[in-house]
Structures are given as C-alpha cells and as structure tokens.
Design a protein around this ligand. Sequence first.
Ligand SMILES: NC(=O)c1ccc[n+]([C@@H]2O[C@H](COP(=O)([O-])OP(=O)(O)OC[C@H]3O[C@@H](n4cnc5c(N)ncnc54)[C@H](OP(=O)(O)O)[C@@H]3O)[C@@H](O)[C@H]2O)c1
Length: 344
Amino acid sequence: MGRFSPKTLDLDGKVILVTGGTGSFGRRFIETVLRRSDPRKVIVYSRDELKQSDMQLELREQFDEATYGKLRFFLGDVRDRERLTLALRGVDIVIHAAALKQVPAAEYNPSECIHTNVLGAENVVWASLNNHVKQVVALSTDKACNPINLYGATKLASDKTFVAANNLSGDIGTRFAVVRYGNVVGSRGSVVPLYKRLLAQGATELPVTDARMTRFWITLNQGVEFVLSSLEIMRGGEIFVPKIPSMTMPDLVKAMSPAAGVKIVGIRPGEKLHEMMISADDARATVELEDRYVIEPTFVEYPRTPFRGEAGTKDVAEGFSYSSDSNDDWLSEDGLNAMLAEKA
Ligand SMILES: NC(=O)c1ccc[n+]([C@@H]2O[C@H](COP(=O)([O-])OP(=O)(O)OC[C@H]3O[C@@H](n4cnc5c(N)ncnc54)[C@H](OP(=O)(O)O)[C@@H]3O)[C@@H](O)[C@H]2O)c1
C-alpha cells in the first residue's frame, strides 16, 4: 500500500470493466484488484487477441482457479458503440484506459487518434449511460493541459466529454471522473525502457531532446492506487491530479547510468520543454488535498457537493499552476532508482 492507496474502497461483488485492460495500466490495475478484493467479474475490453491470450496465460499462472474464473476477455474496439454497449451490460464500474498515446503517431495520423481517443470517449459515456453503470473513471495525461500536440488535444476533448457527461445522467446517476498524471516510469513505449535497451546494447550516450527538459514521474503501482482512491472519493466531474515529483531529463540519464553521457538530439515535433497538469486558468477551480489536487467541474447541473471549503482541503494561491519545472518536489537519483526497482 502506498501514499495514494484507497482507505475504504470496497470492490467485493462488483462487476468492473477495463477498456485497454491488456495495456500497461490496465493489466496492473486488474492484477491489483484481483489480489486485493473479491469482485464478481472483471472484464478486459481491447482489440488485439494476441495480447489478450498472452494475458490469459500469464494470469492463469498467477491466480487460483476461482480468482482467474472471474475474468472475462472481450474483444472489441472503443470506436464500436454497439459492441461496447453489449460489453457493458451489468457492469458497475468502468475504468477507461484504452487510448492511442504515441505523440508522433498521433501527429501523423490525426484522425486515427481522434477516432479512438475522442469518439471512443463519447462511446464509453453513451454505453455507460445506457447500461446504468454507476461510476466511470477515465485516464488522462499531463499532455491534455494546454495541449500543443494532437494526442494531448484529443485527451483534453476526452476529459471534457467525461466531465460534461455528469450533466447527462439524470435519474440514472452515473458519475464520471478523470484522473490526470505524468510519465509512467517503465510503461510501454516510454523513454525508460528505451534507455534500458540502449544501455543493455552497450550505449555510452543516451539521447535527450533538450537539456532543460523536465517531466513529472509516477510509477505504475502509484497510478493504479491513485485511480482506486479517486474512484473512492469521486463525486462526479472532477479531474484528479496527484502530487508527484519532477526530474530533468539529464538527471534521469545520470540516475539510470552514472557513466553514460547525454547526447542532445533536439526537441521533437509536438514536444514541450516542461509538462503542465494544472494551468493558471484551471487553478480557479482547483482545490488542494493532502496528496492531490482536484479540478472541480464548473458547469454542474446535477446533485454534487464540492470539495472546496471542506476540512482537509485548501484553495490554491492566486496564479497557481502545476508544472514540471516549477514543481517544489524534485526526484533524487535514489528516488528514481526506487521507482525503477518497482516491478515493471
Ligand atoms: N503510459 C504513460 O506514461 C501514461 C501517462 C499518462 C497517462 N496515460 C494514459 O493511461 C492510459 C493507459 O495507458 P497505458 O500506458 O496502459 O497504454 P498502453 O500500454 O498502450 O495500453 C493501451 C491499451 O488500450 C487498448 N486499445 C488501444 N486502442 C483501442 C481501441 N480502439 N479499442 C479498445 N482498446 C484499445 C490496447 O489494446 P489493443 O491494442 O489490443 O486494443 C491496450 O490494451 C491511456 O489513456 C493513456 O493516455 C499513460
């Protein structure tokens, strides 16, 4: 259990569907839930049959027969509203993790990214409302805040779709919230596995696009705990942002290999020098809790008690923004190595 872990969340008897359940996040989320609680059913919803059958093989080894028997593997695309609607029958909780997330691929294939990330989000909302799902948590990214690339822009559109969906649920009462965080150490396609691979191949220099670049860092387990605790405290319409440390890219290289040099290769299209999770404009709607910030919804036409003003919360300062360069929490080499030591 870590600092973002839920306190009293009870998933026993619940039916949970995870879109993108075979991805880095989805898989760790499902393993955690199966280990910790006794849900009635956990449904994986994703497209690729090979990833699903690999996951089946591996989870069959990890869990006893009764626990493994709670899993269902549903092939389907979030772009396919009918299929998603079928998959969501009888579901209590949806965790929406399916996405296209490679920045260069999204720049080159914008409509593919829009179809999955934006229309997919709309389909999740639609299918959840039609199946009277109780709670939906959608994963977002720091790239959705003041986006400069198509990936970030689609995730911002997705965030807005989920926040606004609370106004559509009427008597059904489905509640939607968003979780937004930064780079996940070691997730598929990220820089840490790339550096590990290059070091294993004997590289003496690691590529960094700009020496000034900073990023927010979180582990996969922390991401899973943060989603679980956000599910526990959500009221509908929030964007939950964890308090996590930053590191410069050259410091990341040094922590991973003190002997390796840094090769500056130039900033890539669609890349920012620093990432932001809460802009100064969003800060007006933001309250601070001990371990996270909550951006509260501003168009609320459904019953909801705001966090603002409650014990244990405080307003953020005028002009506040939460950015990876102005963060007051910086990751040390030891801190990064502890994160890297976590099971990938
Ligand atoms: N990794 C990070 O550093 C990071 C940071 C912040 C936020 N996030 C967010 O966290 C979420 C999960 O990321 P991740 O790292 O777990 O990604 P991932 O490892 O790439 O997994 C993506 C999952 O989505 C599925 N998927 C993709 N397109 C789909 C579609 N059209 N319909 C149904 N399923 C689809 C994939 O399976 P198939 O290909 O088989 O369909 C896979 O299961 C994403 O929303 C991402 O934006 C990630």
